[in-house]
Structures are given as C-alpha cells and as structure tokens.
Write a protein that binds this ligand. Structure first.
Ligand SMILES: Nc1nc2c(c(=O)[nH]1)N[C@H]1C(S)=C(S)[C@@H](COP(=O)(O)O)O[C@H]1N2
Ligand SMILES: [Mo]
Length: 318
C-alpha cells in the first residue's frame, strides 16, 4: 500500500519558494518575446529553453569529494550523451530532449521499508539542501568527462523511507513513456531501463541524486528531473529520469546486464584490469582532449570505496 508521508519536521515546499519558480520561469521563457524568439531560432536554443538550464529553487552549497580537474564544457556535457530512450546517437538525446516533460513528475518508493510512498518531485526534493559536486564520469565505451553536478546524497533520501533489515539492494527504474521517450518505440533495450545498487553502495556518501548541473536545473538529456550519479562505476549505472525506487532483498536485474551478461556485470566498478570482452579498459579519452589518460581503479575514488569490496574477487564480480 502506498501512502503520502511528508514529514512534519520538513519545511513545506511553499515555505521555501513561491509557487514553482522552476515552472514559472519556463512559462515565462515560452510565452515572452524573448522566449518566442529563442523558440523560433535555431534548434540548439530550443533545446536549451525547453530541456533544462533554469534556476534551481535553492542555491547549492559546496559539497565534499569534488575533483579539482577542469570541468568538461557545458556544451559537451549537454550534447554528447547516452540516453537510449532519446536515441542511440550521442547527439540524439539533446535533439529529442524537448519530448520529455520533467513536470509534473512523481516517484514511487516501495519494497522493504517502513514508510513507502508516492511523492511529487517538488515535494520530494525541495526539503534537501543542494550541493555542488564535481565528479569524473567514465563511460564503459572508453570516454570520460568531468561534470559539475548539483544534487544531494542518495542516503539522505533513502533513510527517510526507513528501509528494513531485509533491504539488501536498491532497484531503480526509469520512466516508461514512448511519447516522452520516443526511443522506447524501438526495442533496442528492454524498457524501462532498470539499475541497482547494493545497499551499502547506495548509502555511501559519494552516491548522489543529481537534479542539476553547472549550477542550473538538469537538462532533460542528462536525465531530468532526477538521476543517479555513482562516480566509481561505469556511467550506465547512473540511471536517468527515475520514477521508481524499490528496496529489495535480492540482487535486482539491470538493463545492460540483461542485454549482454558477459559484457556488463552487476557491479560494473571502473576497473582498468578487467577488460570488456571487446576492448581494453586501461585507457580513456577525456572529452575535449587528444591524448588518452590512464583509467584509475574505481575511477580514482578507490580511497573512498575500495573497502566496500574487501575480500571480493573483482574479476568474478565485475
Ligand atoms: N535511463 C537511462 N539512463 C542512462 C542511460 C540510458 O541510456 N538510459 N545511459 C547511461 C550511460 S551509458 C551513461 S555513460 C550516462 C551518461 O550520462 P550523461 O549523458 O548525463 O553524461 O547515463 C547513463 N544513464
Ligand atoms: Mo556509458
């Protein structure tokens, strides 16, 4: 059974910001002369207006774990994407982003927890303080970026639902809606996209729920209105546009593992010593750079997370 459970200690959305700053701003852009001009102009401008980049409802504070490496330019972060629900080409997600409407949006949290619920996105995330966190992202395909995310630790959100001792894993699900996500009209993957983490991975302070990047609202092509960011794992673990979170007692199925189990394991920790069956994972190309870099174990986050896997054979549990 699903119930709505905003905790009384948490501020109401209306106490934090007047009626939907986010929505109001977008409406302004769409109806004003400026908005009309932008919408009538080149498609790039249209993408930016309709698919994110607006003001957040609160100013992010500087969070922990940020790299001091130079962030990948906004242009690349928002036009070189993997989001198969919006097309399989790197530029498809930004081109098709306008189909996705990140409001209204609700998220169901269910399974092994004392307080399951279905919450509206704004009610859901506004009580949390937002942080700026600059993380490396390493795609399994061999490229990487440095992305200044805005978000909050996943653990603050999960605790609110009071997972029980039977909750050993967390399963995540992306929206299934072929209108908003036209890539789902073709069965290139088993829709909806699903992912999962072990409970201790989900609760780790590095694991982020992102609602923005570069200090602004998350563009649709990057997984609006909220997406996971697990920086020590290959990019595909960082599931976009989440509508469901489920606490479970067994390892949940994951989309890429189901598609090619010998190529993509459940853990998918960045590991230069374990090659993908079709290519080496020793090096990566940072988007915007010419020479390749060495890929680091756990994507450079070993000090923070290696202990989670103490005693595990990471060739077997790849
Ligand atoms: N729902 C969904 N989430 C997804 C994907 C996807 O196709 N669908 N692609 C993944 C992959 S392979 C990567 S590398 C990252 C890319 O995130 P970015 O486009 O924000 O850089 O998103 C991940 N999350
Ligand atoms: Mo990826």
């Amino acid at each position: 059974m699903l119930i709505r459970i905003p905790k009384s200690s948490e501020p109401r959305p209306s106490e934090i910001t007047p009626e939907s700053v986010y929505r109001g701003r977008r409406t302004f852009l769409k109806t004003s002369a400026l908005g009309a001009a932008l919408l009538a102009g080149c498609s790039q401008a249209e993408d930016e207006v309709v698919s994110g980049g607006g003001e957040l409802w609160t100013t992010p504070v500087k969070g922990p774990f940020s790299t001091d490496e130079t962030p990948t330019p906004y242009e690349s972060v928002t036009t070189y994407n993997n989001f198969y629900e919006l097309g399989t080409g790197k530029r498809d997600p930004s081109r098709n982003a306008h189909n996705l409407k990140p409001r209204p949006w609700s998220i169901a949290v269910e399974g092994e927890c004392a307080r399951p619920g279905v919450l509206d996105i704004d009610e859901f995330v506004r009580p949390y303080a937002l942080e700026d966190r600059i993380y490396r992202l390493r795609c399994v395909e061999g490229w990487s970026m440095v992305i200044p995310w805005v978000g909050f630790p996943l653990n603050t959100l999960l605790s609110r639902f009071e997972p029980t001792s039977r909750a050993r894993y967390v399963a995540f699900q992306t929206l299934y809606d072929p209108q908003m996500l036209p890539g789902q009209r073709r069965k290139v993957l088993d829709w909806p996209y699903v992912e999962g983490l072990r409970m201790d991975e989900a609760m780790h302070p590095l694991t982020l729920m992102a609602v923005g990047l570069y200090g602004k609202v998350l563009p649709n092509q990057n997984g609006a209105p909220l997406r996971l960011v697990v920086p020590w794992k290959y990019g595909f673990k960082s599931i976009k546009s989440i509508v469901k979170i489920r606490f479970v007692d067994k390892e949940p199925p994951t989309t890429w593992n189901r598609a090619a189990p010998d190529e993509y394991g459940f853990y998918s920790n960045v590991n230069p010593d374990v090659r993908h069956p079709r290519w080496s994972q020793r090096k990566e190309r940072r988007i915007g750079e010419f020479l390749k870099r060495k890929t680091l174990p756990f994507n450079g986050y070993a000090d923070e997370v290696a202990a989670l896997y103490a005693g595990m054979d990471l060739r077997k549990y790849f």
